[in-house]
Ligand binder design. Sequence first.
Ligand SMILES: Cc1cc2nc3c(=O)[nH]c(=O)nc-3n(C[C@H](O)[C@H](O)[C@H](O)COP(=O)(O)OP(=O)(O)OC[C@H]3O[C@@H](n4cnc5c(N)ncnc54)[C@H](O)[C@@H]3O)c2cc1C
Length: 373
Amino acid sequence: MTDVIVIGGGVIGLSIAWELAGHGLSVRVLEQGQFGREASWAGAGMLPPGNLANARTPEARLRGATHQLWPDWSKGLTSFTGMDNGFTRCGAIEVRFPGCSDLSDWKNGVAALKAEGVLIETEDVSEIIRRFPVLSSEVSHAYNLPDFCQVRNPRHLKALQIGCMMRGVELVAGSPVRRIETSRGRVDAVYAGGIDHRAAEFVFAGGAWSGELLGQLGIELEIEPIKGQIVLLRTTQPEFRSVIQVGREYLVPRNDGRILVGSTEERSGFDKRNTAEAIGHLIRFAERVVPNLKHAEFERCWAGLRPHSATDRPYIGRLPQLHNASIAAGHYRYGLHLSPITAVLIRQILLKQPVQLPEDCRVTPGSDPSLFW
Ligand SMILES: Cc1cc2nc3c(=O)[nH]c(=O)nc-3n(C[C@H](O)[C@H](O)[C@H](O)COP(=O)(O)OP(=O)(O)OC[C@H]3O[C@@H](n4cnc5c(N)ncnc54)[C@H](O)[C@@H]3O)c2cc1C
């Protein structure tokens, strides 16, 4: 019998499969559509810095732990598969314009990063404008984060698929799990593609669809889809190399002159359509931050559904109601970034190894979290 069946083939499910197979387990991943084509493909691939040693909040601990893992995680995958996922330490600058309404959040954010020991090289706006002459001269506040990284997520997902196959993982596309069969507090099988799939352990990693899937067992997951739209611009040569963030909106430059402009946060169910209003807004935003982008070519736009959990923290751990089932879902805006630590935590839980992070870093649905660590 297969050791582990993972339901959902986004970055979370594939990373878990890659990690478990690397520790000798036999793994099958069931994906309802195509592997890595939902939120994980749509994302911008930003990987913000952290520092686990000084992290004080659950969010900072998860961010710090995954930040530590990314370089080796990426190197291991690249050397195993021969595929370059575009992981790079590109740095980022965070900027604000005069009159912005969140300056007290800004100050608290800077103080929190400093307390955490995250490197900020300069907060001098004129120095930053000197280093990034493409930036609007209207910018009134800025600091930089040299340890900010990015990954080309579509390439990373391809590499994960190839890596999984090379490690013997069975990747089954076009197989929506429609039914979960349970008895005596265990999952016996999941029904997909006309077959009952049996395994010793099951991991549910269905992203924004996780609530629907587990709802049939009466497990109430407060995970909802939050749509994010992205515009892709193309310039003939790279205008800048670092990510530019303005609060929750950003420009992510790729090294081939493409620039991702993101993103919206919209509650519109499972609707992934692009709207004129959002695309117009993102293009105006890009031009305001880097005025030269008015000459950029509009290449395309898309949208993805972020899995948002009501607690703002991902569900990572055993499902309290079922002895052989775990969940890894609800990573909202940070699922690409948190994918290595999620995979490591799930491996530690399934193999009964010491678990690296304390329980408050993630939640399990409808339960006393202390039962699961
Ligand atoms: C516009 C946008 C920008 C983003 N930018 C970033 C960023 O810069 N950095 C970052 O870290 N994160 C970013 N994110 C968030 C990140 O993309 C998500 O948190 C992450 O992709 C979630 O991964 P996942 O595997 O849980 O979900 P998904 O990628 O959605 O994968 C879930 C998979 O499960 C499958 N599935 C669901 N139900 C079933 C079923 N019943 N049977 C079989 N298969 C099923 C789905 O088809 C899907 O392929 C962004 C997201 C968006 C939309």
